[in-house]
Design a protein around this ligand. Structure first.
Ligand code: M6R
Length: 610
């Protein structure tokens, strides 16, 4: 994973790099570092831990200059120590490199370099790069970087500086995203466009195997070892919402994003609900009517929370569009060989649009001849650009590592897509009208669901000490049980499992005891009685029960130890409303346990390595 940002121009480079690193911290926060370059040489500051640690290192030992590279790390090879923090330099201190990606043949390359007498100073895969660049140096930095990228295997987004060419930065990309920023006071290279927001006006997306060179006066791109390439520039302001990343008075991004959900859902639906035709409408699907009606199977692919949204999507598509759906973890799909059918489409679901496994699964599906669509939040991200068509969430930047508003917006978009496909098949006008009206009422229902926060706080007090929690639901709410468990695990470090409620008796019920609460998703609906029976089975084994239930449900209150009420909505929309108390519960328990809500240990917001 990791994030890189580099700048060269007429401005003081340090504030630009630090601001860029803060914007990239979602890609990892194990360590951070900066290298500047001038006639005197390369100057490096690195620290393990957050960017704040690097900032105080710079307070103690300041750096200055107009040209530098920087990095925020999510450790893959070697622990999160200062010795492994980027930038990495060659033995003579002539070249410094920051890297996002994984060099898969680094052990072999390291052995060769060590046999030649090179002494390594880190445990990282990255360190082979500065040594290789030094070896291939013959007066041209682009040529040396190009040669080095030809011998490494794996993925990389790189920025390189050299004491032989102060003021010049060379970047290279294969598999890990890289953009060039063009601004009035200089040029930059970064892992994503958001990192450039404070100084660039336009961006250029690099393609795989491209190498770029920037200095204060210009930029150029070439394809490895070949002639210069003409690249399109994009207006940065249309890609990035600069103001989105602040806390707006909330103590944490996660809480802010939970409370933004009514607005995010409104934005996801804006301009997409068509009353005249009783359907949903999308601008960027790029499917002609014949293709649309011809779709016979959908493979949804995603990771983590987005995968759970896909599981809800499976229920929605089967119910509303009558189209068979398979949902597959992207990390599995990318290495599977499912039979290809001309009428199958692959739908990638991703908040960041940069998740390496989802991107690889999308590419593999494309290669096999499938039409690919994406549901994406980050505008201009790799997946958004590479899919044949897609739908943006318009949820605004999601900063908290625990995904909240992206999940509910993804489910909302999947619901609209299911209506859209359904209306080309069997859904009648009156059914379409009813579904559209129910969708319109959704933001208010989510707003009302947020009123459970006070009750959730009390419940959190009672259970914050536990070691295991079960999350149980059926049908549309089974994927929400998985999502509730993921939220709790990732931000409170409590072991949690989500299960279909009826599946408990096939094994997991053995885990139930007085110390293991079960969170039941049991609002009124078709399977209400069945879930109530499952709840009784847990109570009979002395397991504490927290129920997410319809308002004033006396039947539930008689069995459950704690009840968190949510407003009644039609069953197909319950996943969105029921997710709210689970997000709040994970948040409150995380706070009580003193965890870092927005940046939980071992995680990063965007997982850009395999
Ligand atoms: O950006 P993506 O939606 O592709 O990310 C997928 C997962 O990495 C992500 O949902 C992750 O599971 C979240 N931390 C969950 O809260």
């Amino acid at each position: 994973m990791c994030g890189i940002i580099a700048f060269t121009g007429s401005l003081d480079v340090i504030p630009i790099l630090l601001e860029g690193l803060r914007r990239l911290e979602y890609r990892g926060y194990d360590s951070a570092g900066i290298a500047t370059v001038d006639e005197a040489g390369i100057h490096v500051r690195r620290r393990s831990g957050r960017i704040a640690a690097l900032t105080s290192a710079l307070d103690d030992e300041p750096l200055a200059g107009n040209c530098g590279i920087s990095h925020t790390r999510w450790a893959t090879h070697g622990p999160a120590t200062e010795r492994n923090a980027h930038p990495h330099v060659d033995e003579a201190g002539d070249f410094a490199v920051v890297h996002n990606g994984v060099i898969e043949n680094y052990l072999q390359l390291r052995q060769q370099l060590e046999d030649d007498g090179i002494i390594f100073r880190s445990d990282t895969d990255t360190e082979v790069l500065p040594h290789l660049i030094a070896r291939f140096w013959s007066g041209d930095l682009v040529a040396a970087v190009t040669r080095a990228t030809e011998v490494v295997r794996g993925t990389y987004g790189l920025a390189v500086v050299s004491r032989h060419a102060p003021g010049t930065i060379v970047g290279a990309r294969l598999g890990s995203p890289l953009v060039i920023g063009i601004g009035p006071h200089g040029h930059s290279i970064a892992s994503d466009a958001g990192a450039l927001a404070n100084h660039a006006e336009k961006v250029v997306y690099l393609a795989d195997r491209q190498v770029c060179r920037i200095d204060a006066n210009g930029w150029s791109v070439s394809t490895r070892g070949a002639a210069a390439v003409d690249c399109a520039t994009h207006d940065l302001r249309q890609l990035v919402d600069v103001g989105d990343a602040d806390l707006g008075g909330f103590p944490h991004h996660m809480l802010k994003e939970i409370y933004e959900q009514p607005e995010a859902l409104t934005n996801a639906m804006r301009g997409r609900l068509d009353d005249a035709d009783a359907t949903a409408r999308f601008g960027g699907l790029n499917l002609d009517p014949r293709q649309l009606r011809g779709v016979e199977r959908i493979i949804m692919t995603a990771c983590g929370t987005s995968y759970h949204a896909g599981l809800v999507g499976e229920y929605l598509f089967e119910e509303l569009a009558r189209i068979p759906v398979e949902v597959e973890y992207a990390s599995e799909l990318r290495y599977r060989n499912p039979p290809v059918d001309r009428n199958t489409i692959t739908l990638a679901i991703t908040q960041s649009g940069e998740t390496a496994d989802t991107l690889a699964a999308l590419r593999e599906s494309k290669r096999m001849g499938h039409t690919t669509l994406a549901i994406c939040n980050a505008v201009g991200s790799s997946i958004a650009r590479e899919a044949d068509g897609g739908v943006y969430l318009h949820a605004g930047t999601e900063v908290g590592v625990a995904s909240t508003k992206a999940f509910t917006s993804q489910v909302c978009v999947l619901a609209m897509l299911a209506i859209y496909f359904g209306r080309t098949r069997h859904l009648s006008v009156s059914q379409g009208e009813r579904l559209i009206a129910e969708l319109r009422a959704l933001p208010d229902a989510v707003h009302a669901a947020l009123r459970c926060h006070e009750v959730v706080k009390q419940v959190a007090q009672r259970y914050s000490h536990v070691r295991n929690v079960l999350y149980l639901g059926r049908q549309f709410l089974y994927p929400v049980a998985l999502e509730g468990a993921l939220k709790l695990k990732e931000i409170s470090y409590i072991h949690a499992e989500g299960y279909p409620a009826a599946e408990m008796k096939h094994g997991p019920i053995a885990l139930v005891d007085e110390e293991t609460p079960s969170v039941f998703l049991v609002p009124r609906g078709q399977v209400f009685d069945k879930v109530m029976s499952n709840m009784q089975e847990i109570k009979a084994r002395r397991g504490p029960v927290i129920a997410i239930a319809s308002p004033d449900d006396r039947e539930v209150a008689k069995v459950a130890d704690d009840v968190i009420p949510i407003p009644d909505v039609p069953e197909w929309l319950q996943p969105i409303v029921a997710a709210i108390p689970l997000q709040l519960l994970a948040y409150e328990i995380s706070l009580l346990r003193g965890c870092d809500v927005d940046k939980p240990r071992n995680l990063a917001k965007s997982v850009t390595v395999e």
